[in-house]
Design a protein around this ligand. Structure first.
Ligand code: 5CA
Ligand code: ZN
Length: 407
């Protein structure tokens, strides 16, 4: 698929740089993600294109954009792949509800997402891959699993048995009861008769009347959700990656199952060095819900004339891992901040710019502490100083690491 245009990223001067570390949901520790051979491999789960881009989506993609910018600043080459779940039940359900063709819905929402990401200056993935365009590859992976004896058939559908994954549960660290509850909530089918284990997940869904399907050696049908991401990640980034990213709603079953299926396919473990999860953004009072449809959309705020830089600062003002409410006050604070920072870098001189850069690096390299980075820039703006090179440097720091142009 077409990705979106890359914004320019200023190169920052050398200086002290700690190791990049991120919170890994699997080990529940901060782990260094320095990449191998100077390459950092990043897979971030993309949208299901029927309600893009709400502010929760935006917050999650900004978190991984910060990681991408930090890695580049650290001198690593980043290989970044992202999918688009452009065929799945929720998309078909929304299209049916609105009497719209599902392909038209998916194309329109994907295009809107590209426009929103461009406006927010999110660095584009190198590989932006739709499930539909990857169909043959995904089917081939399911065929490979079947050839290895790691699947079973149920009334024409193909399942991945969790019994084939010796470390199933290690990504999320959840117990069986918790897994079973979440599986039912998040698209699984624990109660289906004939499954060997309630937690087994669909790899291939045989064609249903009235639903789209694709021919394959498995018969006509379409892929399960988890193997879509496993196949695209392996196909584009190789057998193991540095970071598997997404919102915390993807921890189980999605990332648990896609890791198990990827490991079954490649024989290499762990699939990802770190499983990194952004917190859920909701409306006041319903923090933990996905709040689909009523959370507000990036495109709507853009239409209202909100500066995308202010929106970015508002979304980065909380730590990416915290579940949080979106409020009008956060946006106002982002707008005030942007104005103050623009004025701050327009001064003929300011406090020590190299010290600010070192501080921002230290904050962001340690689990993407954007609230701390924002406070450091606030403090720099609020203080006086006689470093004539500082305003231009701080402008570049904010542009390169926080993605906000100050002009
Ligand atoms: N297509 C799948 C992933 S393969 C999917 O979850 N799509 S999505 O459109 O529902 O979500 C896209 C991304 O936004 C996912 O990483 C998801 O975890 C994240 N996300 C969804 N809702 C929120 C929210 N309210 N707050 C933060 N992140 C969210
Ligand atoms: Zn995914």
């Amino acid at each position: 698929m077409r990705s979106w245009p890359a914004p320019a990223v200023p190169r920052l001067p050398d200086g002290p740089r700690p190791d990049v570390r991120v919170a890994d949901s699997s080990s529940r520790t901060l782990v260094p993600v320095p990449g191998r051979d100077g390459v950092a491999r990043l897979y971030v789960c993309g949208i299901t294109p029927y309600d893009a881009t709400h502010l929760g989506h935006a917050a999650t993609y900004l978190a991984f954009d910060t990681l991408n910018r930090v890695w580049r600043d650290a001198g690593l080459t980043v290989q970044y792949a992202q999918n688009v779940t452009d065929i799945d039940d929720p998309l078909l359900e929304r299209a049916a509800r609105d009497g719209e063709d599902w392909t038209a819905l998916a194309e329109r929402e994907t295009e809107l997402f590209r426009e929103d990401m461009t406006a927010l200056r999110v660095l584009p993935p190198d590989d932006y891959v739709g499930a539909v365009e990857a169909m043959d590859d995904i089917a081939a992976r399911v065929v490979a699993l079947r050839g290895a004896g790691l699947t079973y058939d149920l009334a024409g559908d193909v399942y991945f048995p969790v019994a084939a994954a010796p470390t199933f549960g290690d990504v999320s660290g959840l117990d069986r009861e918790q897994m079973t509850a979440l599986f039912a909530e998040r698209g699984g089918d624990p109660a289906r008769n004939g499954k060997k284990d309630p937690l087994d997940a669909l790899l291939w869904l045989a064609a249903r009347p009235g639903e789209p399907s694709w021919d394959s050696p498995l018969g006509a049908g379409r892929p399960g959700w988890h193997v879509e991401c496993a196949a695209i990640a392996i196909g584009r980034l190789g057998p193991t990656i540095d970071v598997q990213g997404g919102g915390s709603d993807l921890l189980f079953p999605h990332h648990e199952h896609s890791a198990a299926e990827a490991e079954a396919l490649t024989g290499q473990r762990p699939f990802a060095q770190a499983y990194v999860h952004a917190g859920m953004v909701g409306l006041d009072g319903e923090k933990r819900s996905k709040s689909r449809g009523n959370l507000g959309f990036v495109s709507q705020l853009r239409r209202e004339g909100v500066d995308p830089g202010a929106l970015r600062l508002a979304l980065l003002s909380a730590h990416y891992r915290s579940d949080r409410a979106w409020t009008a006050a956060a946006l106002e604070r982002g707008q005030e901040r942007l104005a103050a920072w623009v004025a701050g870098v327009a001064r003929p001189s300011g406090p020590d710019g190299a010290a600010l850069l070192a501080g921002v690096r230290a904050a962001l390299y340690e689990d993407l502490d954007t609230p701390r980075a924002l406070q450091l820039v606030d403090a720099w703006v609020a203080a006086e100083g006689d470093d004539p090179a500082a305003p231009a440097l701080v402008r570049d720091v904010v542009d390169a690491l926080l993605g906000v142009p100050l002009r």
